[in-house]
Design a protein around this ligand. Structure first.
Ligand SMILES: [Zn+2]
Length: 303
């Protein structure tokens, strides 16, 4: 029993995927009544918005998680691991260099903007909005969101493997040796950059190897961020689950946990997900279309 409990806790703290449920979910519990959702929205004082790759996808940010979304021969799960980084740091850095250059050129879309605008507007009314995101790009902040918890870290931050120093790094290219490297085609050979030419720490007397400040598959999530997420999950009186397939843990359990307290949870996604049946509302479609309507100023709002 104790062991089971320990295993469950360990699972809860690590980033991992579960298989997608292929069968269609038969569901009679949730509603897609926007007018009903808007009533709950108008009453909410603390809104938690959990976002995933679907939000960034609409800005053209690929996730490298589907069979058709490969970088060379690999998917994210093959390269975003501590083992891959220690075995082939040059290849992993080429992959992340490519992804960094991609996101540096992307712009927030209507979903990001609707969330940021809602946060700013509700703040004036003494109400709060927090974004808890699995996205590793910077698009929520670029859109203007202030209160953002990035549970999987950031593509645009580095962490030194020797001294642990974390810093925002938006250099392009991140180092001379990676210039024009990282092309994604299936036949592109590895650049095999010597490890001392990969991004290195600039802290005094360190010069350690840098890595993207992200949570790799199989790694533990940042406990400080998780503690903040826990508090928000306890505090919120409305929760939105946006653009996430709810298959990557622990984020996949946040929405169902809030729902188990009897708090309304609304899912906004292109498709039903393995967790849709737990939620009060499900709005199917492109988040850039559904969210602006859902988060627009309500007639009861006093500005
Ligand atoms: Zn260092």
């Amino acid at each position: 029993m104790l062991l089971q409990k320990r295993a469950a806790i360990a699972l809860g703290l690590r980033i991992c995927s579960t298989h997608v449920i292929k069968r269609p979910l038969i569901d009679t519990r949730h509603s897609s009544d926007m007018a009903e959702f808007r009533k709950d929205f108008s009453k909410a004082k603390h809104i938690a918005i959990i976002t995933g790759a679907g939000v960034s996808e609409e800005s053209g940010v690929p996730t490298f998680r589907g069979e058709n979304e490969k970088w060379r021969k690999w998917q994210s799960q093959d390269l975003a691991t501590p083992e891959a980084f220690s075995r082939t740091p040059s290849r992993v850095w080429e992959f992340y260099h490519y992804r960094r250059e991609l996101v540096l050129n992307k712009k927030p879309n209507a979903a990001h903007l609707a969330i940021a605008e809602c946060e700013a507007r509700l703040k004036k009314q003494g109400r709060s909005v927090v974004v808890i995101t699995q996205c590793i790009d910077d698009l929520h902040r670029q859109a203007g969101s202030k209160h953002v918890l990035k549970i999987h870290g950031s593509l645009l931050e580095t962490r030194c493997v020797s001294c642990g120093h974390v810093t925002v790094n938006k250099r392009s290219p991140i180092c001379a040796a990676l210039k024009d490297k990282g092309a994604p085609g299936p036949d592109v050979p590895d650049a095999d950059i010597p490890v001392d030419k990969l991004p290195r720490c600039d802290q005094r007397d360190c010069h350690g190897l840098l890595r993207p400040n992200m949570v790799f598959f199989g790694e533990t999530l940042d406990s400080h961020i998780l503690t903040k997420v826990e508090k928000e999950m306890e505090l919120c009186d409305l929760c939105l689950v946006v653009g996430t397939s709810s298959i990557v843990y622990p984020a996949a359990m946040f929405g169902p946990r809030v729902a188990s307290r009897g708090v309304p949870v609304a899912e906004f996604n292109r498709n039903a997900t393995p967790k849709s049946e737990y939620f009060t509302y499900h709005f199917q479609g492109v988040c850039g279309t559904t969210l602006p309507e859902a988060l627009a100023q309500h007639e009861s709002e006093d500005l």
